[in-house]
Write a protein that binds this ligand. Structure first.
Ligand SMILES: C[S@@+](CC[C@H](N)C(=O)[O-])C[C@H]1O[C@@H](n2cnc3c(N)ncnc32)[C@H](O)[C@@H]1O
Length: 137
């Protein structure tokens, strides 16, 4: 718990999103250990909520895990049968830990932003995929 408190202290000093990303980079190796002590249940709850929305087969459901961090949500989704999962996070350090889990198809190092070109390309890619699926299916 010591490092979670330290993280909150450091947050007080942060003025830009880049500084926040740098802070996550520096926390990435201890993030899961620290949150384990704090009994963090967010990823479990998020994955359960998605599983309720998609009660049937979910192998073809595309999920973009925004603010994926080290991949705790993806890990829980994979346990519930989701396999088409991509990750988006601006922190290279956090994404590197997520990559180690080998559950994400694509890892996008970027900020979530409604004007974000990367995100527009991403959603466009999946619209095309589902249009093709409809045309052939
Ligand atoms: C508390 S962590 C949560 C990570 C993961 N979802 C989990 O539950 O363990 C917050 C994450 O949000 C990311 N983040 C912060 N601002 C973001 C933004 N604008 N767009 C996308 N990710 C962002 C950080 O880099 C960090 O990895």
């Amino acid at each position: 718990m010591e490092n979670v408190n330290k993280f909150y202290e450091e947050c007080e000093k942060i003025r830009t999103r880049e500084e926040m990303t740098h802070l996550y980079d520096s926390w990435s190796t201890l993030y899961e250990k620290d949150l384990n002590y704090a009994d963090y249940r967010g990823p479990f709850m998020v994955a359960n909520a998605l599983a309720v929305l998609y009660p049937g087969p979910c192998e073809n459901v595309h999920v973009l895990d925004v603010a994926a961090g080290t991949g705790l949500v993806g890990e829980q989704l994979a346990k519930r049968g989701f396999i088409k999962i991509d990750a988006l996070d601006p922190s290279e350090g956090m994404l590197a830990k997520a990559k180690e889990k080998d559950i994400y198809q694509t890892l996008i190092c970027a900020y979530f932003d409604e004007n974000n070109l990367i995100l527009q390309q991403y959603t466009g890619k999946h619209e095309q995929t589902s249009r093709k699926a409809k045309a052939y299916g």
